[in-house]
Design a protein around this ligand. Sequence first.
Ligand code: K1U
Ligand code: ZN
Length: 169
Amino acid sequence: MALLDILVYPHPRLRDIASKVDTVTDEEHELVKNMAETMYAASGIGLAAIQVGVGKRVIVIDISDNSDDLLVLINPEIIGGMGNQVYEEGCLSVPEVYAKVTRAEEITFRYLNLEGKSVTQNADGLLAVCVQHEIDHLDGKVFVDYLSRMKRDRIRKKLLKINKQESVA
Ligand code: K1U
Ligand code: ZN
């Protein structure tokens, strides 16, 4: 297993649109293992392949208290949504920034599991937020896109400054 580098906003590859996986092979199994390891090491509850520079529609999520309930979504699609909820979101690609985002409260989503089988599932609360946040990543969208231009610019400048300091240190 290997820890992968997480791209930091405003990295241009976070704007890439991920491609569908044709067949779930050993390559996807290996990617999922490494993504899960990377997510747990970073104390995250989700990670999309785009965030580690891989343009495939693959997501890992674990919202359990003990980090022992990994959900793997391949080619996920939201097929239904109801209501609204506001949640203070974070993102491993936007370190130390938290902001309220409004999303659907309840969703129905469909995906392929690691065995390549199609699964349809309902979610609400944090899982619904996380699935929507991660699917956004696969479509080149970051949660700060929901904020005002002023807030987004402030975050962009702050992270560019930190990145610059880290690259000369
Ligand atoms: O970078 C990511 O996409 C992962 C992200 C998932 C997420 C968290 C909260 C709301 C929406 C999506 C994170 O894991 S951020 C870090 C984190 O562990 C966390 C932040 C807020 C609440 C719970 C966890
Ligand atoms: Zn994120």
